[in-house]
Design a protein around this ligand. Sequence first.
Ligand code: PSV
Ligand code: MN
Length: 430
Amino acid sequence: MAFRISAEVIQSHNAKHSAALAEDYSALGRTLARRGIEIEAVVRKVISFGVAIPTWGVGTGGTRFARFPGAGEPRSIFDKIEDCGTIHALTRATPTISPHFPWDKVADVTALREAAGAEGLGFDAVNSNTFQDQAGQKLSYKFGSLSHTSKGVRDQAVAHNLECIALGQALGSKALTVWIADGSNFAGQSNLSQALDRYLEAMAEIYAGLPDDWQVYLEHKLYEPAYYSTVIADWGTSFAAASELGPKAKCLVDLGHHAPSVNIEQIVARLIRFRKLAGFHFNDSKYGDDDLDSGSVEPFRLFLVFNELAEAADRKAVGFAPSYMIDQSHNVTDPIESLMQSAVELQRAYTQSLLVDRAALAAAQEANDALGAHLELKRAFTADVAPILAMARQRMGGAIDPVQCYRASNYRNHKTSERPVSGVVAAGIV
Ligand code: PSV
Ligand code: MN
């Protein structure tokens, strides 16, 4: 019988913290009430906030230099689902998972759906992978996939994406995320125009295979593994491609996929304006696509992104329904702890964005009161909303302090004995 962190364990953890939480919560409630904010309304919104866990995130990631696996790592998609279930049980903020094919491919897709269902999890966007060659694969992606010069390779990549849609349908997913590693490493290596033409032609075939109620998310990335040019390098190319493909194609923003110092929140605002914001791959970074834990380096930038989202939600922007997913590489931490904390950080930024006084901000902006407008944002960002997050978790049956409860449960030690090292661990961050 697989070890689980039971509801009783979570409840006895909460019992130790609930009195202090009640005190902090009512103090915060009074502070917010003075600002005209009803704390209960905020908690209700936090309860409805969810972010998808990437199945590849629960295994230890790595760099191209090394991977240092931890004990008790998931050995299969079923182990991964179990870990995702644990994350959700403790945080109550991660009700869906985002699978990656063929990493997560199994013969019996129904078993996968049932395993997730048993953990109370649904499926968010499915991700295709044409950035690696798989065992037994006929043609290589070494020089690209959807934009490859060879029609045979492009056809193979299209077929894989169509298969991902079919798998996703069986799982109850409603979107396909396409990130390609296509690009070039030498000036002159690739015809920049033709590579995009070929990508668009191949993507049109994938688009044609989308069920009526599906969307395709185009994920751009500035560099890596191609270091001179990337076919879908930026949000501009992504936006143009999504526009040409049609209304079911939208642009996914992975926070790490931009040039340093790029104003990501402004990109988000633009995509909302043009009804092309698909959603996010959340992570944080200092230098590039570092894939660090969400909110761990630049929480203010994360807040500014959520501020744009809250503003759009507030004015009921047409076509605004972004998907929230995490995409991180956990190299030196227990991935479960990192993912729980990341979900909490995302909830925190979301909650802070709800505290912005939109009318006061608009008035300051209209009056060209630059500092006054900025202070409206800072007031919301500097609020300690931890009691709101903890209260939301407690009400949903989660842990007041997820990491503390997880550590006390010895989950990882239990999994270490249950999951003897097989030599195969499917992680994989590119
Ligand atoms: C590429 O860097 C990326 O962000 C894409 O979303 C991939 O699917 C994911 O990382 C995992 O390699
Ligand atoms: Mn990503």
